[in-house]
Write a protein that binds this ligand. Structure first.
Ligand code: PMV
Length: 361
């Protein structure tokens, strides 16, 4: 499958008046991590994530009449302010999808977007941002060109397009759990777009993710830079094998409701991601002393109390504490009285298993 599997068409007549569409799209947290890519955002290993609920981006995309055709023309607004720095990344992305949406050179665009969560909170804002934008592009395509797709085709196309903007974004198009990257353990899985995992034991459909904010400062090394450090990494081959096995084992644990295996695999993935960063050429570390303190406490408390809690980490220092519906009260007490007790930020975001994007206009 290539861009030409999603053929687009030009507008047959000049756009007479503005057309707008709006989508709300969530972020997601990877349980098996995508780390390392080739070519146009193709993953070197399969990944599995949970779509979040409260952390989302709202995006409104407007196509406006334009007199002369040419390269992409974008007026970009983030959180109510014009933003040229991020706007440039979006323009590059839009230029890369003009074969799918040829009308992008025939209209002027206004993009207005905002997040429901603070920047640098350990939540992948590029996942929600690019999935929302991909959905808006696919919806505008339908409005402007009368392209008709059924719900499944629409989500697949949006996932494919979102991937070209930010790899992890392609997993935000679906509710609950999603796999991106070819895995023998899941029929239909692909490197080009994400697919929904439908066989999930009910204990996991109410999974909670409280993000414990260690710092809200900008991280010193970006994800893109991190992915590139996997090229020629001494452990690359072993990592691909490990992620492939972890994806298969996690799918099995989630199908059967095996919480112990879930906890073991999720923590193994978080540790591996950060170990890969530290052992790459020009090694770097995104964990802070406070990250290490909190994750060590989570492991100790699990041993001491038998609570089914575990952690994962994104490419940053903040800790995602994962737990189940039946232990909310005990875990909440634990967060307040122990995990965040002497923490300077004392900030948390209580998120949970999400139902996927919503069209809001
Ligand atoms: O989608 P990107 O390029 O921002 O990379 C995301 C990488 C991780 O968040 C660390 C892992 C993942 O699978 O989301």
């Amino acid at each position: 499958m290539t861009n030409s599997d999603f053929p687009g068409s030009e507008l047959t007549s000049v756009l007479a008046e503005p057309v707008s569409v709006s989508w709300q799209s969530p972020s997601n947290i990877a349980l098996v991590k995508y780390w390392g890519k080739t070519w146009r955002q193709l993953p070197v290993n399969p990944s599995l994530s949970m779509t979040l609920s409260k952390a989302f981006t709202e995006t409104r995309l407007t196509a406006l009449p334009r007199i002369t055709e040419g390269s992409v023309e974008l007026d970009f607004w983030f959180e109510g302010k014009q933003n040229t720095a991020f706007g440039e990344r979006i323009i590059k992305f839009l230029q890369s999808v003009t074969d799918i949406f040829p009308w992008l050179s025939q209209v002027a665009l206004k993009l207005e977007t905002h997040n429901t969560f603070p920047h640098s909170a350990g939540i992948a804002s590029s996942a929600s941002a690019f999935s929302a934008l991909a959905l808006c592009l696919c919806s505008l395509d339908m409005e402007l060109n009368g392209v008709l797709l059924d719900e499944t085709e629409f989500r697949q196309k949006a996932s494919y397009v979102a991937r070209l903007g930010s790899g992890s974004a392609c997993r935000s198009l679906f509710p609950g759990f999603t796999v991106w990257g070819k895995s023998k353990a899941l029929a239909g899985s692909s490197d080009l777009l994400a697919v929904l995992v439908s066989e999930i034991h009910p204990v996991f459909t109410k999974l909670k993710d409280t993000i414990l904010i260690v710092t809200d400062k900008e991280k010193p090394v970006s994800s893109s830079e991190g992915h590139s450090r996997m090229i020629g990494h001494p452990f690359a081959e072993a990592r691909i094998k490990q992620a492939t096995r972890n994806t298969a084992d996690l799918l099995e644990a989630m199908k059967t409701g095996n919480k112990n295996d879930f906890i073991r695999i999720v923590e193994n993935e978080a540790f591996t991601l950060h170990a890969l960063m530290m052992t790459s050429d020009n090694g770097f570390m995104l964990m802070h002393p406070e990250t290490v303190r909190i994750i060590s406490r989570i492991q100790e408390i699990r041993k001491e109390t038998g609570l089914d809690i575990c952690f994962t980490l994104d490419a940053g220092p903040n800790v995602h504490l994962l737990y189940f519906e039946d232990q909310i009260e005990q875990v909440n007490k634990l967060i307040v009285e122990d995990l965040l007790k002497n923490n300077e930020q004392n900030m948390r975001i209580d998120d949970f298993y999400g139902k996927g994007p919503v069209k809001i206009g």
